[in-house]
Design a protein around this ligand. Structure first.
Ligand SMILES: CC(C)(COP(=O)(O)OP(=O)(O)OC[C@H]1O[C@@H](n2cnc3c(N)ncnc32)[C@H](O)[C@@H]1OP(=O)(O)O)[C@@H](O)C(=O)NCCC(=O)NCCS
Length: 156
């Protein structure tokens, strides 16, 4: 993810997470963190450049994902999102696979994530990619009060 991708990312963020979308300031703060502690990826449409959400010289953002490396052998998926018009084509799976691969290359042995209890699509994606449900955080998502399911994938 580069600065030029941000308009497209922010538009998707608003569309997909209307209750708790990240702001430009939140992304700026993330980009200011040391490179070894974060990884942000985008999927871009390479069927021509330009158009809505397109960064300079590249295609429109169709998805993005972020990972936190807090230190030690753990990695946390921070976000993963795909433009609704592009769902079901493997972009979400590809982004997740890229994050998990990078976690392995950085020496991590386990990957954690939280997913809304009422998001069967994402939960299914993670379960089929080797994540296991290990706990529940009651009322984690605010203001909705929806529970978070905590999932873990063992990389060893
Ligand atoms: C969850 C999300 C990232 C998945 O992205 P995607 O690009 O559609 O993912 P994929 O194309 O790799 O498909 C994932 C699975 O959904 C299945 N799927 C495809 N279309 C589907 C549909 N209409 N309904 C339910 N599942 C569907 C796919 O077959 C695939 O199943 P598989 O795991 O057996 O291969 C995307 O739906 C999204 O951005 N949702 C809103 C934001 C969100 O919930 N993010 C996750 C927060 S934890």
């Amino acid at each position: 993810m580069a600065a030029a991708d941000l308009p497209g990312v922010l538009a998707l963020e608003q569309e997909l997470f209307p209750d708790d979308a990240w702001t430009p300031e939140m992304f700026a703060e993330e980009f200011a963190q040391p490179a070894e502690s974060r990884l942000y990826l985008v999927a871009v449409n390479d069927e021509g450049t330009g158009g809505p959400g397109a960064g300079e010289g590249r295609g429109a953002v169709t998805g993005y994902a972020g990972m936190l490396f807090p230190g030690g052998r753990q990695a946390d998926v921070l976000t993963i999102a795909v433009a609704p018009g592009h769902w079901g084509r493997g972009i979400g799976s590809a982004l997740l696979a890229a994050l998990v691969q990078e976690a392995g290359e950085r020496g991590c042995t386990e990957v954690f994530l939280e997913v809304r209890e009422d998001n069967p699509r994402a939960r299914g994606l993670y379960l089929r990619r080797g994540f296991r449900e290990i706990g529940v955080r009651r009322g984690y998502y605010q203001p909705s009060g929806v529970d978070a399911i905590v999932m873990r994938k063992d990389l060893r």
